[in-house]
Design a protein around this ligand. Sequence first.
Ligand code: ADP
Length: 264
Amino acid sequence: MLIMGSTSFSPSLSLSPSLSPHSSKFPNPNPNLFLRSHSSFTPLTLRSNQTRYRFKKLPSSNAPNFLVAASGKAEPLKVIISGAPASGKGTQCELITQKYGLVHIAAGDLLRAEVAAASENGKLAKEYMEKGELVPNEIVVMMVKERLLQPDSQQRGWLLDGYPRSSSQAAALEDYGIRPDVFILLDVSEDILVERVVGRRLDPLTGKIYHLKYSPPENDEIASRLTQRFDDTEEKVKLRLRTHHQNVDAVLSVYKDITVKAYC
Ligand code: ADP
């Protein structure tokens, strides 16, 4: 893959949601994801084989943003998104899948489905998830690979979220010849991650994610049915953050030529 522009790829290139007053505290509700170049205002083009994605400058007065606009699309886009717990992956995934029609594949969701089904894999996975540790590769790798190879993912392209989380998981994808076009890393300062996690709630009826302080439920009826993920406690998120930090550099080294950083 090449990243073209009047200048060569700049490491200062960042992918960020448009800024809002709450952007440093809670996932941005704006449905557009923008590429912003700190070093120049020059539009960039990203090519992956015959597929071309153009980054256009947005008509915005307050920021030198670039909108990702697909053009000359000959094959489906493949994206991996990575970030610490509560870095905003869920929100960004919703926005990206809506915009590009990709199939969203979240390793954590696949695992939670196994846990809910009380399968053998689910029972074993839960032991690790409760400790904030990585579930063994024997369970995760095949599960993700099979989902990536399903017809909808192949036809529409995919957005893989929460995988790979170790160099061996990245190596397994490479061995299967599965390589993304772009690797997005969400970068959020650690002090706000814990607060986001502890206040995060799910509406089991609509699937909508709330935050008790920054995005509270609209009424008492919704508030009364909100649930909390079993690993969204302060104690457990600290363990999950430690696991994330132990592994993120190894994964980044595999994809460093296709990485864009997003600051949320
Ligand atoms: P978060 O990113 O907030 O930790 P996820 O829903 O992505 O939440 O993951 C929840 C848990 O599922 C993780 O703490 C880990 O135990 C397990 N898990 C998720 N993805 C993987 C993976 N790729 N490999 C191993 N375990 C995973």
